[in-house]
Design a protein around this ligand. Structure first.
Ligand SMILES: Cc1cc2nc3c(=O)[nH]c(=O)nc-3n(C[C@H](O)[C@H](O)[C@H](O)COP(=O)(O)OP(=O)(O)OC[C@H]3O[C@@H](n4cnc5c(N)ncnc54)[C@H](O)[C@@H]3O)c2cc1C
Length: 376
């Protein structure tokens, strides 16, 4: 197969090169300069496509040591650190490289990443990680994984891969409230969001934020200078978020805080226009332009929920101190695990720990005799 592909590739290369050398008089005779340029562009495109397919085929036929599922901070650092130990790594990301930093809060200034005392904008951090990733030997592809099997087969929406180790770095997704119209209005900017990812969208809008943790308070702070009206509703009296941020919200003077309140329903003609809130047994109606639902995160577990992997009651994966799950060959890192603290640095740290033990598991060096734990 390789020989055949390489012959086709060489033939296309020859055609493309010879086209550039076709004498002008000849091409004019058969249709002029525009035909020559058209032919050249078409052949160049064929050449690029065949090269791409050829490269993809090469990496599919390759035997990987490690397949990392998920390109957030945990998956990216696992891949980079495994590659630095000369393991062959495939990284599969189904959405955007960078995980939550790229999808949920690209514009947020991250205050707690070491080396940036003034903070760093999330998407800039992602860019430098990708730059780093490209300088390693990691093969990375934009492919959604559909299923991981116990025998370490990984099936993506395109094809199937095998390796000696699979690392689950699938992170989390925002929890849904599960009320009527939520799904419909959360698609294509119809007024329901899970974070203020693009704060400018809320300029001059009346916004309701639901939740009492860091995500809800962060979202509220993002809106302070933009929205015309912000209402923060929370089921309890106090907030779980960072005290100093809660204080900033309270001191802003423009946020209407409704404690002991729940969002019961959303209504509107094609997009959210009105919400019904219950506070201490009483129902209130409110006209709004947008609702931000920030009530926590749930693990992205669809691809492994059929496996006998141990989890905590909320579905987060249990691992030992080496980031090993209870299924031999499967590691888990970052927010998808039962980690006490969900932070970028912690997720990246998991990658460092996992890569060390992945190396021992695969290469079995003389200085370590690690066995897979039988209980967890
Ligand atoms: C609003 C908000 C603000 C935050 N702010 C901060 C902050 O300021 N500082 C801080 O340290 N932490 C912050 N965090 C926490 C931080 O974002 C997370 O701890 C970190 O992103 C976890 O990284 P991860 O790689 O485990 O998961 P994620 O970042 O969730 O990445 C998981 C990746 O896996 C991919 N994936 C999932 N399923 C599949 C599949 N089947 N196939 C292929 N790919 C898949 C996803 O597309 C995603 O890219 C914040 C979190 C939120 C929600």
């Amino acid at each position: 197969m390789w020989c055949y592909l390489s012959r086709i590739h060489k033939r296309i290369n020859w055609l493309a090169n010879s086209t550039t050398r076709w004498p002008v008089a000849y091409t004019q005779a058969i249709g002029g300069e525009s035909l020559r340029i058209g032919c050249y562009a078409w052949i160049k495109k064929l050449q690029q496509q065949s090269m791409l397919r050829w490269r993809e085929r090469l990496s599919e036929e390759e035997d990987f040591d490690v397949i990392v599922v998920g390109g957030g901070p945990a998956g990216l650092n696992t891949a980079i650190m495994c590659a630095s130990r000369h393991l062959k790594v495939l990284l599969l990301e189904g959405n955007k490289m960078g995980g939550l930093l790229a999808t949920l809060y690209p514009n947020k200034t991250i205050p707690n990443y070491p080396g940036f005392p003034e903070g760093i904008v999330a998407i800039k951090l992602v860019r430098s990680w990708l730059h780093h990733l490209k300088s390693t030997g990691v093969v990375f592809k934009s492919e959604m994984v559909a299923r991981v099997e116990r025998d370490l087969t990984v099936t993506s929406t395109r094809t199937e891969y095998k390796s000696h180790v699979v690392v689950l770095a699938t992170g989390t997704k925002p929890r849904r409230l599960g009320i009527l119209h939520e799904e419909e209005f959360s698609r294509e900017s119809k007024g329901v969001y899970y974070f203020a990812s693009h704060p400018e969208e809320f300029l001059g809008k009346r916004v309701i934020v639901v939740g009492g943790g860091d995500t809800a308070i962060d979202a509220t702070l993002e809106l302070l200078d933009l929205a015309s009206e912000v209402t923060l509703i929370h089921r309890h009296e106090g907030f779980r978020a960072f005290d100093q941020n809660v204080e900033r919200v309270r001191r802003s003077g423009i946020v209407n805080v409704l404690p002991n309140a729940e969002l019961l329903a959303m209504e509107g003609n094609g997009r959210v226009e009105k919400v019904i809130v219950k506070q201490r047994g009483e129902k209130l109606e409110k006209q709004v332009d947008a609702v931000i639902i920030a009530i926590g995160l749930v693990p992205n577990d669809q691809i492994f929920s059929h496996l006998p992997l141990k989890t905590n009651p909320q579905g987060f994966l249990l691992t030992d101190r080496a980031q090993r799950t209870n299924v031999e060959g499967i590691f888990a890192v970052g927010d998808v695990t039962n980690v006490g603290l969900r932070l970028i640095t912690v997720a990246a740290g998991h990658g460092a720990i996992a890569s060390h033990h992945i190396y021992s598991f695969i290469r079995r060096p003389y200085w370590t005799r690690e066995t897979w734990p039988t209980s967890m």
